[in-house]
Design a protein around this ligand. Structure first.
Ligand code: MN
Ligand code: MN
Length: 397
């Protein structure tokens, strides 16, 4: 009750006015608070439904991103998961993109979202320009990630050999990859006399440029090393690339986690990523994330996720390669590995800092007497309960 706290503070700092005035002030406040509280209660009673409060069912939290056709062109393809496909995912969107060797995802920027990516197969190169005029060119292989803050201009090119497949993640569920700000779209919609002045070409030259958005287009594999056009440009002072697959993992009996927050990758201020590898039979223990939503993409193997949303509401879904899961901020959940193949999940959180509370850590932070009363169990059972995080449990012996 902020009102009550405010009253205490005021009364406490009013020492010079003497006890009488303070007491009087406090009494008046309490009377008016009491009246206000009575009014609030009356309001609630009036508004309360005659039957039990209706609780909304848990929303669907699974989507099969690879089941759609998406955008397909000569250079590659893109399939997306936004609020349109998975309405519960208001804060995170994702795209599964494939580029043929040499193909480009053209120069573009995103007005609404920052872009994160993880390379699943193949190799690619990115270019990015920052608002302070610094530029960066990076090459990526399997296990590498990038992060481009909202609005930074960028492009992607596959380096071959073979297709490059990567997962894109965006810190806004309403973001659509098919509504980005692309260089060809802008140029095609700008009067040629303006372009001629700005870009120092004759107006006729613009007739040869794409007359609509290119989006993804075929291209030649570039040389291994190539200078950028303006050799005077400063290299970016903050790396946009992080080698997630090469970082030392947190190792548990049943698997590993590689968690990359803004602590590990400073430019990645709006997203935390976790690559979770689960051995057959593993259980990712019961936990929740106090301040972030969780978005999962399965690259290998299968897993069964159960979420808990208060009022006795639980829901379970099984996931496999190409499936997306979304778990709301604060909702309890756990993952059971399924099948003989190890499971790999790319996980995103919509915060640059990682927070988790596990059931076991929580129990360890309480005295035995409280747990005895809470669960009605005896000492033998209490002694068996874990006292700290178990993370990923191994297959049951
Ligand atoms: Mn992009
Ligand atoms: Mn989680």
């Amino acid at each position: 009750m902020p009102d009550e706290r405010g009253t205490d503070r005021q009364a406490g700092t009013d020492r010079s006015a003497g006890i009488d005035r303070r007491a009087l002030f406090s009494a008046i406040s309490n009377v008016s608070l009491g009246l206000a509280a009575t009014a609030v209660i009356a309001e609630q009673v009036k508004a309360a439904p005659s039957e039990e409060t209706k609780v909304e069912e848990l929303e669907p939290f699974k989507y099969d991103i690879e089941s759609e056709t998406g955008w397909v062109g000569p250079g590659g393809s893109a399939k997306e998961a936004t609020v349109k496909q998975l309405p519960v995912s208001q804060t995170i969107a994702g795209v599964s993109m494939r580029l043929e060797p040499g193909a480009i995802r053209e120069l573009h920027w995103h007005a609404l979202a920052a872009e994160w990516a993880y390379v699943i197969t193949g190799r690619c190169r990115t270019t990015v320009i920052t608002p302070n005029g610094q530029a960066e060119v990076d090459d990526f292989e399997v296990g590498d990630t990038w992060y481009f803050p909202r609005g930074h201009g960028h492009a992607i090119q596959a380096l071959g050999p073979g297709e490059c497949h990567f997962l894109l993640g965006f810190d806004n569920g309403h973001f659509s990859e098919f509504g980005t700000f692309s260089i060809t779209d802008w140029i095609a919609r700008t009067p040629r006399h303006v372009l001629a002045r700005n870009l120092n070409l004759p107006e006729a030259a613009f007739a040869q440029l794409p007359q609509k958005e290119l989006y993804i287009g075929p291209g030649q594999v570039p040389p291994a090393v190539e200078d950028i056009r303006n050799s005077e440009l400063q290299p970016s002072q903050s790396a946009h690339k992080f080698r997630m697959g090469k970082m030392p993992p947190k190792v548990f009996e049943g698997g590993e986690e590689r968690i990359v927050s803004s602590n590990e990758f400073p430019i990645q201020t709006t997203i935390t990523a976790n690559r979770m590898d689960l051995k057959p039979g593993a259980l990712r223990e019961l936990h929740w994330h106090p301040h972030a939503d969780e978005w999962q993409f399965y690259t290998k193997g299968r897993g069964r996720v159960t979420i808990f949303g208060s009022h006795g509401r639980v829901k379970t879904e099984e996931f496999g390669p190409g499936h997306v899961a979304f778990i709301k901020q604060g909702y309890g959940h756990y993952i059971e590995q399924v099948g003989d193949e190890p499971t790999q999940i790319l996980i995103l959180f919509n915060s640059g800092l990682y927070q988790e509370i596990s059931l076991t850590n929580w129990l360890g932070g309480n005295p035995n007497s409280l747990l005895t009363s809470n669960f009605g169990i005896g000492k033998d059972q209490l002694d068996r309960l874990p006292k700290k995080e178990v993370g990923i449990l191994g297959k049951r012996g």
